[in-house]
Design a protein around this ligand. Structure first.
Ligand code: NDP
Length: 270
């Protein structure tokens, strides 16, 4: 059995095109059947839902990912709810979100926060009893990150604080974090002086900023100012090269698991 991942890209968003081609390359590099289905921005919601239904019914497809954002006129929640939960390798279907929150492990975890947990585990960062502070409360990073860190298991057992744009004193929270996870989408907003000495800093942010010193005229940076933060932090992830590749790795892991579950159910019913 060859795990199969189908990625759907609607429209011509430049950043999405890069993410999608990285996902396709990674899935092929590890021997999966990776395909990208590209649809024009004029695609209707009904056409996209019909495609999702076809992929739901295709036994060669174990994982389905519809790249966000979708063009206006298509409701992302309707599309996500249409994906069969057992093929939702992005982990955004309400069934998988519910399982994650309860602490059940037979669903799919959203890839970015799952990649953060994997890095913490493999780097030997103690989450048990740690003060974990998350900046950002989106459904794709901040909220699931909090749900994972609070579970009673390895990579969890943390005391979690979630900050957002309405938090009264952001830096009072970031400065007491043993583990600081920043996912706000604000270039270099967290600096060394906002970090507790020795803290583990995970930078989820991915921002393109103008930089006249580069031939391209711009550079990628995180939500953390790396140079000042590196001098204070015990451990820190770079951008690019930290959370981004882990996100793709977790997508592949979810796809393998989806295929294994199909194989197991066949054995079970044989
Ligand atoms: P969203 O824009 O959906 O959410 C940003 C969150 O940050 C919101 O909750 C917002 O608060 C909060 N926030 C914004 N500004 C501030 C501030 N000044 N102080 C405190 N909180 C603030 O972003 P995403 O979660 O989708 O993404 C976050 C970043 O991570 C982006 O840079 C994105 O590109 C990157 N990313 C990287 C991935 C990877 O694979 N490396 C994957 C996914 C995202 P409020 O809710 O109040 O508006």
């Amino acid at each position: 059995m060859v795990p199969g991942l189908s990625v759907v890209l609607v429209g011509d968003d430049a950043a999405s095109a890069v993410y999608v081609s990285n996902k396709e390359k990674a899935s092929k590099a590890c021997g999966m059947r990776g395909e990208t289905i590209r649809l024009p921005a004029s695609t209707s919601q009904a056409e996209l839902l019909a495609l999702v239904e076809r992929l739901n019914a295709d036994n060669a497809v174990h994982g389905i990912l519809v790249q966000m954002p979708l063009p206006s006129g298509i409701d992302p929640d309707v599309v996500i709810r249409h994906i069969a939960p057992h093929k939702d390798v992005d982990g955004f279907h309400p069934v998988n979100v519910g399982k994650m929150l309860i602490g059940h492990t037979d669903g799919f975890m959203p890839c970015t926060p799952a990649g953060v947990i994997e890095m913490l585990l493999r780097s030997g960062v103690e989450t048990r009893g740690a003060e974990a502070v998350i900046v950002g409360r989106s459904n794709i990073v901040g909220k699931p990150m909090a749900a994972m860190l609070v579970q009673a298991r390895a990579g969890g057992d943390a005391t979690v604080t979630v900050c957002h744009s309405r938090s009264r004193d952001l830096h009072a929270h970031t400065k007491r974090a043993d583990i600081l996870i920043v996912a706000a989408g604000r270039a270099e907003m967290i600096r060394g002086e906002h970090i507790k000495p020795g803290a583990t800093v995970i930078d989820v942010g991915m921002n393109r900023v103008a930089d006249a010193s580069r031939a391209s005229g711009s550079r990628l940076c995180g939500d953390v100012h790396f140079e000042s933060a590196e001098a204070v932090a015990g451990k820190i992830t770079p951008v690019p090269g930290g959370v981004g590749p882990m996100t793709i790795a977790m997508l592949l892991r979810n796809t393998v698991r989806a295929a294994e579950r199909v194989a197991d159910s066949r054995v079970g019913t044989a």
